[in-house]
Design a protein around this ligand. Structure first.
Ligand SMILES: [Zn+2]
Ligand SMILES: [Zn+2]
Length: 92
């Protein structure tokens, strides 16, 4: 762990004056819970300027990289075409 990081081992967020990141500070002092890894915020439906981060590969890709899906609020699949292809390949 390098200086400036949250005191929680697996956490790479910047520490505040309590030696923890804001999320872990909340856990410990506000909710008085055991420290545990923070949940990552889901960005699955988060489109910005026609781009979205794919939850499969974690890359920001253009809308053209996603197949259409009328059941999704965005009108596009959550996962990019590459990840769709990979998940299909695994099943077979
Ligand atoms: Zn933390
Ligand atoms: Zn992907």
């Amino acid at each position: 762990m390098s200086r400036g990081q949250c005191g929680f081992t697996e956490c790479e967020k910047p520490r505040n004056s309590y030696g923890l990141c804001d999320g872990h500070y909340q856990q410990k002092y506000r909710r008085r819970e055991e420290l545990r890894p923070l949940k990552k915020k889901s960005r699955q439906h988060y489109w910005e300027n026609g781009r979205k981060v794919c939850p499969g590969c974690g890359k920001s890709k253009d809308a053209i990289e996603y197949s259409g899906d009328k059941y999704q609020p965005s009108g596009k699949k959550q996962y990019c075409k590459d990840c769709q292809r990979l998940s299909k390949a695994k099943k077979n």
